[in-house]
Design a protein around this ligand. Structure first.
Ligand code: NAP
Length: 325
């Protein structure tokens, strides 16, 4: 099996978790890690057994041994580093959201397609075993015609400074792009593009969007979605059909189980994830690269574009736009 040699850019919270899972996937090497700080890069490399550390993202991109770059910077830098990585002929797995808006995502798509380089948005939930099983189960129509999805993503972050990336407008902060993306993603993979979108937001001191309610209207069903940095919610996802309910257990975006409630009673289905949960996405990317694919069929660039178009509409409706856009 060909080893896939990964390079990591932006060594923050999620890069740490991701690196732990890279080391759980066979046929995977952490070839290099890059930070703006040399000490941080060295410490991270030691902790996660990376072969090299770089104090510049550009130097990592110049490492010809690296097959794929994982970009884990704040949102506003995804476009710049994805385009630079593609120019360096590296495959790219870029954290969500792929770009801040559809205009950015289109530029990234065009670059990847014209250079024939693999590019995917790191929407790990698409590869979560429970979510995969739910999509399969729904093909058998277990709860009848689907009528309503209720899903949210909320945690308490009011103790964070306004400079933190989740609130910082220069870094494309706000709940919609950071966590609201997940419930919208779930509605999108279940029902596709909505016919109508309505959204309302409340704002934090400093002007970033703090919490948002979204209603997506489809032909025969609706999605009630919510995101907030003001409190921790139950984080289950509920799907209601004419003949029963399906619940993805907490935390639904990284769940290990789901349950069906029908006339026959409750049935629980366990599908534990590997490691922290990134292993499935990593395995999917490794397989795509070994097969010389430039996209992963389960989460394509067209999917990322349609998702960000919905998020653009939500942000435009509530006025959560950034000066740099
Ligand atoms: N898939 C998931 O479950 C998940 C969860 C959380 C976040 N995310 C996504 O992952 C990305 C990073 O999130 P995170 O929570 O890991 O953020 P974080 O802890 O703040 O780390 C981001 C890293 O980006 C680098 N960076 C470069 N320019 C920066 C700047 N101007 N300000 C701050 N950091 C800068 C820094 O790394 P160096 O100092 O090493 O250069 C920093 O440590 C975001 O796109 C986020 O949406 C995904």
């Amino acid at each position: 099996m060909k080893k896939i040699r990964w390079g990591l850019i932006g060594l923050g919270a999620i890069a740490n978790d991701f690196a732990s899972d890279l080391n759980r996937v066979s046929g995977t090497v952490i070839q290099g890690v890059a930070s703006r700080s040399s000490t941080k890069a060295k410490d991270f490399a030691k902790k996660h057994k990376a072969l090299k550390s770089y104090d510049s993202y550009d130097d990592l991109l110049a490492d010809t041994v690296i097959d794929i770059v994982y970009i884990a910077t704040p949102h506003h830098l995804h476009l710049e580093w994805t385009l630079k990585a593609i120019k360096a002929k590296k495959a790219v797995l870029c954290e969500k959201p792929l770009g801040v808006n559809a205009h950015q995502v289109r530029q990234m798509m065009t670059a990847a397609q014209s250079e024939k380089v693999f590019l995917m948005e790191a929407l790990w939930t698409r590869f979560n075993p429970t979510v995969e099983e739910v999509l399969e189960k729904l093909k058998t129509n277990p709860i009848g015609k689907l009528r309503l999805l209720k899903a949210d993503f909320c945690f308490h972050a009011l103790d964070q400074s306004p400079e933190h990336r989740i609130f910082n407008l220069e870094l494309a902060g706000g709940s919609i792009l950071d966590i609201g993306i997940y419930p919208v993603f779930l509605a999108y993979i279940l029902f596709g593009k909505p016919q109508e979108i309505k959204a309302f937001s409340q704002f934090h001191q400093g002007g970033s969007e703090l919490q948002t309610s979204v209603l997506l209207n489809y032909q025969d069903c609706q999605a009630q979605l919510f995101s907030s940095f003001a409190f921790r919610s139950e984080m289950k996802a509920h799907l209601y059909g004419e003949k029963g309910q399906l619940c993805i257990d907490a935390d639904w975006f990284q769940s290990d189980s789901y349950r069906l409630l029908t006339q026959e009673g409750e049935q629980v289905f366990n599908h534990p994830k590997k490691g922290i949960g990134f292993c499935h996405e990593i395995e999917a990317v490794n397989t795509a690269l070994r097969n010389s694919k430039i996209e992963e069929a389960r989460w394509t660039l067209q999917n990322s574009l349609e998702l960000i178009e919905i998020l653009d509409e939500i942000r435009n409706q509530v006025g959560a736009v950034y000066d740099f856009e």
